[in-house]
Design a binder for this molecule. Structure first.
Ligand code: NAI
Length: 334
């Protein structure tokens, strides 16, 4: 059987991959460590590497993988901003899972939004202490409010449909507008008109810090910002300044720009070293989840099926439907 080295393994990954690996003819060696230039050598003996969002799939890592006989990198996620595509080109193909459950991510964005707007995160704690007071809990109806969606791909459109169900008006920005049912507006107009802004675009050089000091100033007072895409879409320090000034009604963040050192780890016994993340966590109108929007049964099952299917195609010498880098060229870029 062809062997794959699986990095940044969590218990829930093993359940879904172990259930399917034999069906796809792939043997898996699991490592808890993240993939990086130092750990890449652990893949020796494997023909494939299975990596995730916070693994370092940069030029140095790719070079060490190549030296150790790895022939393909299979990302078990949709985003690939952590992969040096140019460095992989001509060295080994990179495949990904382009779509597994847009519902998982969009529904998590809704969970963040409703929690912040109706303050259920605080109500949960208050009632456990037999404090049944409602003081400070006044929310607002989402019905009739304007949602601004940045990025109208699979997840963005799923979120749009959910929010239309709530009776929200939707406007959108996307440099590649494809949805005839949507009102697309320039980015600055979206910032000015939206009551809730939700980020569903990939992280690229154009979208890096798309939420920054300038864009925050354009926004309505008490705006709600949701980020279930990639942390570096938001300039966290600018966000903190805006929250301190009272500009922000709420921020629901499933991702954080420096998350790779912290997210997915239990650091409850340590002193958090990141002052920006610590400050965000202290703010009553900020809700942080640690990159868990994808974490549903349906999504994990699809991730395992598609990743193992990608490897089966590769080992069987078939065309790779989900390739982002082939041996010859970069197919997707941003
Ligand atoms: P998609 O590829 O279907 O849609 C992305 C959309 O963003 C496209 O319509 C594209 O035209 C648009 N876009 C590209 N450049 C843009 C720009 N400069 N400004 C605005 N829009 C731009 O991707 P999908 O599946 O909807 O995923 C969106 C993002 O969600 C991924 O890039 C990934 O970062 C993130 N994600 C997060 C997960 C989590 O667990 N938090 C899980 C899965 C994805």
């Amino acid at each position: 059987m062809n062997k794959a080295a699986f990095f940044d393994t969590k218990p829930y990954d093993r359940i879904y991959f172990d259930a399917l690996k034999n069906d796809y003819g792939v043997e898996i060696e699991y490592f808890e460590s993240k993939l990086n230039p130092r750990t890449a050598v652990m893949a020796k003996g494997a023909k494939a590497v299975i990596a995730f969002v916070n693994d370092d799939v940069g030029a140095e890592t790719i070079s060490v993988l190549k030296e150790n006989g790895v022939e393909i990198i299979a990302m078990r996620c949709a985003g690939y901003n952590n992969v040096d595509l140019a460095a992989a080109k001509g060295v080994m193909p990179v495949v990904r899972v382009p779509e597994y459950s847009p519902h998982a991510v969009a529904e998590h964005a809704l969970a963040l939004l409703l929690t912040l707007v109706r303050k259920t995160h605080k109500a949960y704690i208050r009632t456990r202490d037999y404090n049944f007071s409602l003081n400070g809990f006044v929310g607002f109806d989402l019905h009739g409010k304007t949602l601004g969606v940045i990025g109208t791909g699979k997840i963005g459109m799923t979120f749009v449909e959910i929010c239309r169900g709530l009776g929200m008006n939707v406007i959108a920005y996307d440099p590649f507008p494809t949805q005839s049912s949507l009102e697309y507006v320039p980015l600055e107009e979206l910032f000015e008109r939206s009551d809730v802004i939700s980020l569903h675009c990939p992280l690229t050089s154009e979208t890096y810090h798309i939420i920054n000091g300038y864009s925050l100033k354009l926004m309505k007072d008490r705006v709600f910002i949701l980020n279930t895409s990639r942390g570096a879409l938001i300039d966290s320090e600018a966000l903190i300044a805006a929250i301190k000034s009272g500009k922000i009604g709420g921020a629901g963040l499933d991702v954080y720009e420096e998350e790779s050192e912290f997210f997915y780890e239990d650091l409850s016994e340590s002193i958090l070293k990141d002052d920006v993340l610590s400050r965000l966590i202290t703010m009553p109108n900020v809700l942080i989840t640690s990159h868990q929007a994808f974490l549903t049964h349906e999504a994990l099952k699809r991730i395992a099926e598609i990743t193992l299917g990608n490897l089966k195609s590769f080992f069987g010498g078939e065309a790779l439907a989900n390739e982002i880098v082939s041996k010859k060229k970069v197919i997707l870029n941003g």
